[in-house]
Design a protein around this ligand. Structure first.
Ligand code: ADP
Ligand code: MG
Length: 463
């Protein structure tokens, strides 16, 4: 033990501070500050990220300093260190062994599925502190952090685009969580474009469009997720255009996400397109190996689970598509281990994840691409599959294309239906069931579908 030991004073100071600050500040900041060691007239506290450190220093440095000085009767310097995998390379300094931060306790999966108490549309775990910054997302993440600190001032509007599972929803909700926790008077609204559309249609149907307009024009921060969903929805686009103008004129912050650049969203009115393109457009790329590793490591730590680096490496080497796929592999392994109460070894991991590795859900394959592959194979035009015609020669390939889309992408049946001639999601479900049962009765179909899947994943069309 070191000659200087302020751990007891820290415990006492923390008790006092907790009584003085709000519940939100407690939950958001002080639950994650840990005692990490002491030096001559100095206490070292650890926090989980650089972003955290900046915030804590700015908001609470003097409170902590005063409290400690009061309790110890001398002036105590407070030093923050970052102890997280996120900042492994630069900022972090591991504390001495005997002063390691307390071990995390709590139940597994505790980080999952919390909601933000102030805004129940937001998930409490979609916060910047749980977001690992890597080369693929640093520009977008930093823009989002800047927006959160100064809503409406810098980068308005902001559009984040990128393939499925790359963190769009996590980032846009982090903005919402940050702003609503730090500025309780600021009215933050987060919706998906689908919710926005449905709500609009419902209000118009009930002859209450004015209620809808009022609701959205009164917000301070408007966050709309997945605006590619607005493709072809002319009247909702029109409404969003007016909402946009109303908010923009008053410097209200708007952030949107999309699975593709605005220029590639079809049937978007020019004037709405130009609004989206007006501010900052940032993209998210698939994560590099290092970032994938850092992300998995963080998830494992957050769940308080021990998983050998060798196994994390195995997953990261084999799953390169997106973070959602990485998480799915991890969840599968953990579920298996928990069910059988077994320690996860590399052999178990290889065996359990065999299928996932061979046939991962490919995040960034577009429906458009699958349609082209299938149309090409059956000598049809791309538009045939997207159109309304129901002749047998077209209907069957269309069902195959829907089935493949559901097999290898994350699109919902509603999204798939829209891309196939604006069909209802039940039609897509029916198509998938039909192909499923045909696969059982017709042995010739399986190799065809496998080939089409391979071609769709290959990202090229062979004739
Ligand atoms: P998208 O909206 O782009 O499809 P999500 O935001 O839903 O993707 O991300 C999918 C999952 O991956 C979520 O559970 C999210 O928390 C996680 N995730 C994505 N990027 C990161 C990251 N950089 N760090 C930590 N978790 C991430
Ligand atoms: Mg999303």
């Amino acid at each position: 033990m070191n000659e200087w030991d302020y751990s007891i004073f820290w415990k006492e100071a923390l008790k006092h501070i907790r009584d003085e600050i709000s519940e939100i500040d407690n939950a958001m900041w002080f639950n994650n500050i840990k005692y990490a060691g002491s030096g001559e007239n100095k206490i070292i506290l650890s926090v989980p990220s650089t972003f955290y450190k900046e915030q804590v220093v700015q908001k609470f440095n003097s409170l902590i300093y005063n409290k400690l000085s009061e309790l110890t009767g001398s002036k105590i310097d407070v030093e923050f260190i970052v102890t997280s995998v996120k900042n492994k390379s630069s900022e972090s300094r591991q504390p001495e062994n005997d002063t390691l931060p307390e071990k995390k306790t709590g139940s597994r999966f505790a980080v999952k599925a919390r909601v933000n108490k102030n805004n129940t549309n937001l998930r409490g775990d979609y916060v910047f502190d749980n977001f690992v910054i890597g080369d693929n997302n640093s520009f977008a993440a930093n823009a989002c952090i800047a927006i959160s600190k100064n809503p409406g001032k810098s980068y308005n509007p902001c559009l984040i685009y990128g393939g499925v599972g790359l963190g769009k929803t996590h980032l846009i909700q982090s903005i919402g969580n940050y702003i609503s926790s730090n500025n309780t008077d600021t009215k933050v609204m987060y919706v998906t474009a689908e919710q926005f559309t449905n709500e609009f249609i419902k209000h118009v149907g009930d002859n209450q469009a004015y209620k809808f307009k009022n609701k959205y024009r009164k917000v301070d921060v408007l966050l709309i997720d997945d605006i590619h969903f607005l493709e072809k929805k002319k009247s909702t686009q029109e409404e969003l255009f007016h909402t946009f103008n109303a908010l923009y004129d008053y410097d209200k912050q708007m952030v949107f996400t999309s699975d593709r650049p605005v220029s590639e969203i079809k049937d978007l009115t020019d004037r709405l397109r130009s609004r989206f393109e007006r501010g900052l457009n940032v993209d998210l790329q698939p994560p590099s190996y290092e970032t994938r590793f850092a992300i998995l490591k963080q998830k494992v730590e957050a769940m308080n689970i021990h998983l050998a680096d060798e196994i994390i490496d195995l997953i990261c080497q084999n799953i390169t598509t997106n973070v959602r796929d990485l998480e799915a592999a991890l969840t599968k392994l953990i579920a298996y281990a928990e069910l059988l109460n077994k320690k996860i070894t590399i052999e178990i991991a290889k065996e359990q994840l065999k299928d996932v590795f061979i046939n991962p859900k490919q995040g960034n394959i577009t429906i458009d691409h699958i349609q082209r592959v299938v149309a090409d194979f059956y000598n049809l035009s791309h538009n045939d599959l997207r159109g309304k015609k129901r002749t047998k020669a077209i209907a069957f390939p269309r069902q195959i294309a829907m089935y493949i889309t559901r097999e290898i992408t994350e699109y919902s049946t509603t999204e798939v239906g829209i891309e196939f001639g604006g069909r209802d999601h039940t039609t897509v479900m029916h198509a998938c069931q039909r192909i499923d049962s045909k696969l059982k009765s017709d042995p010739n179909l399986e190799p065809i579908i496998q080939r089409l899947i391979r071609m769709s994943k290959d990202n090229k069309i062979t004739s």
